[in-house]
Design a protein. Sequence first.
Length: 71
Amino acid sequence: MNKWLELLLGLVLLIGIILVGWASSAYSWAIFGKDLNFLHAAWIFLKGGIFWFVVLIAFLLIVLGINDLRE
């Protein structure tokens, strides 16, 4: 694929996702009584990712510390 086409497509998708996230939080989007707030869902997903990243770093440090104690 052409590098300029990839760049343009990536920018269009990024701007589209930002607009959909903003519009879903600014306006009331509901299907079958369920609220579709994509910005809130993305924030929850990001916080969960940060939590698991810190847990895995802690686990890695514990394993490395145990490995150093054995030597």
